[in-house]
Design a binder for this molecule. Structure first.
Ligand code: ADE
Length: 231
């Protein structure tokens, strides 16, 4: 069973439309659609923005629906690299939570996540490799593999984005991947994060996001639909 999570309707509706033999079930105010996509057994849900909802959704997919892989799809802000442009695809090599910080009491260890003891959680190499390979074959634009930074903030300013990029090495930022990764790592379930860039997390992000989010979200969905039969 493959779990697929998106925060916004536009990030999952195309998948739910494409799903066959689907049945809905609502848990914790989230609707989980179980069915098949390209022949693969999947459960798809819209979790809403932010780390807590995303972790609740991932945990539910694992414990109630038996997800053996969780994939997070959607859009992200491009961070710290001029090469990562609006419309490009990013496959996470690892996820970090840029807003997790207990350094005032824990010093250098204050970025490490509880029970996991690391600040960066690696994504599943096989699934991420397959998504990146599929993207390179089928997508005409830029395809990148790198760290994605997650936090409960929409990043829309150069100072903040440069600070996040310098500290985490991230090439993109969003609001769910890191907590989905944390829930999956705690449960020992492989996960991947696939995002299409909707803005550059800079001073123009507030204008760019509404302009490009829907189109970019559709790119991420299209790639996922190509890749699913191969997973
Ligand atoms: N998702 C898409 N763009 C984003 C941004 N700039 N900050 C956080 N999440 C995002």
């Amino acid at each position: 069973m493959i779990g697929i999570i998106g925060a916004m309707a536009v990030e999952v509706d195309g998948l739910i439309e494409a799903m066959e033999e689907k049945t809905p079930e609502t848990i914790s105010r989230m609707t989980f659609w179980r069915g098949t996509l390209g022949g693969a057994a999947c459960v798809v849900a819209q979790c809403g923005a932010g780390k807590v909802n995303a972790a609740v959704c991932a945990q539910t997919m694992i414990l109630r629906f038996g997800a053996e892989i969780v994939i997070n799809t959607g859009v992200a802000g491009g961070v710290g690299s001029r090469d990562v442009r609006i419309g490009d695809l990013v496959v996470a090599s690892a996820v970090v939570q840029h807003d997790y910080d207990t350094t005032p009491i824990d010093g250098d260890k204050g970025r490490d996540l509880p029970l996991l003891g690391v600040s960066a959680i690696e994504t599943d190499d096989r699934v991420s490799g397959l998504l990146a390979a599929c993207a390179k074959e089928t997508y005409g634009g830029g395809v990148h593999r790198g760290v994605i930074a997650t936090g409960d903030q929409f990043i829309s300013g150069r100072d903040r984005l440069h600070e996040i990029a310098a500290r985490t090495g991230a090439i993109a930022c969003e609001m769910e991947g890191g907590s989905i990764g944390q829930a999956c790592a705690l449960a020992g379930v492989p996960f991947a994060v696939l995002r299409a860039i909707s803005d550059n997390a800079d001073d123009n992000a507030v204008d760019d996001f509404p302009k490009f989010a829907a189109e970019s979200a559709r790119k991420s969905i299209a790639l996922l639909l190509e890749a699913l039969p191969r997973l």
